[in-house]
Design a binder for this molecule. Structure first.
Ligand SMILES: C[S@@+](CC[C@H](N)C(=O)[O-])C[C@H]1O[C@@H](n2cnc3c(N)ncnc32)[C@H](O)[C@@H]1O
Length: 220
């Protein structure tokens, strides 16, 4: 039987907030749907360390925290955009959970400490193909433009994490990654399998012009 988890409250966020932080959209919701499909597996695994990279509004980190429920899990979140970290904090408070967002590039300040320890990793990355100048500018500005600009094939930021992934995941660890067709999900699956990980397309869905997927990448 599937478990149904309510979508986190985000009514506290305003039009002004959405000028600075990514407004939850179909790509955000497909990630929640993937987590909901795996809810029982995630609960049974009793994850200890979870991390969302690029938490934006905080909707996915909040959802994951609610899905896991009270216990010994630590849900960490990062975002390159400081405004997004503040909004993630507000979303956590509005949903009566605790999050401690960290403003940084990917998980850089945590990488060494989290090696081999991440049980659940979430990333709805900036996945839109752009030229390298737009990617560089938006990453430097650390504003809302960084929500989508993904450079060549929309994969430049994602690839940094995928290359580190075998070192980051715990023995039972799983990553949930949002992609669009331009990111070449089949190539991602092959690449991760060559690294010795199991990679499966869990959901595929058209949303307007985007053909979205969620990939689950795991050791087992
Ligand atoms: C598509 S949005 C997703 C936001 C949210 N997770 C959701 O699903 O609605 C991508 C997020 O990644 C963040 N981001 C972009 N580049 C990043 C980087 N180098 N390190 C950390 N976060 C980054 C953006 O600021 C943005 O909040």
């Amino acid at each position: 039987m599937s478990i149904s988890i309510p979508t986190p409250h985000i009514a506290h966020l305003t039009e002004e907030d959405y000028e600075h932080v990514y407004e939850p959209a179909e790509d955000s919701f497909i990630l929640l749907d993937a987590l909901e499909i795996d809810a029982q597996i995630i609960r049974d695994d009793k994850p200890i360390i979870c991390l969302e990279i690029g938490s934006g509004s905080g909707i996915a980190s909040t959802f994951l925290t609610q899905l896991i429920g009270p216990g010994s899990s630590l849900v960490l979140s990062t975002d390159i955009n400081r405004y997004a970290c503040k909004v993630t904090l507000r979303t956590a408070q509005a949903n009566n959970i605790t999050l401690n967002p960290i403003s940084c590039h990917l998980l850089n300040p945590l990488t060494n400490r989290l090696k081999g320890k991440i049980d659940i990793l979430l990333f709805n990355p900036p996945y839109v193909p752009t030229d390298s100048t737009e990617l560089q500018d938006t990453q430097e500005l650390r504003d809302i433009g960084g929500s989508w600009a993904g450079g060549n094939n929309g994969m430049i930021i994602t690839d940094v994490i995928l290359d580190q992934l075998p070192d980051l995941l715990s023995s039972n660890g799983k990553m949930y990654l949002v992609t669009i067709v331009q990111n070449k999900p089949l190539e991602i699956i092959n690449k991760m399998q060559l690294k010795g990980l199991i990679c499966k397309e869990m959901i595929k869905r058209r949303a307007g012009r985007e053909l979205l997927s969620v990939l689950r990448i795991s050791r087992k």
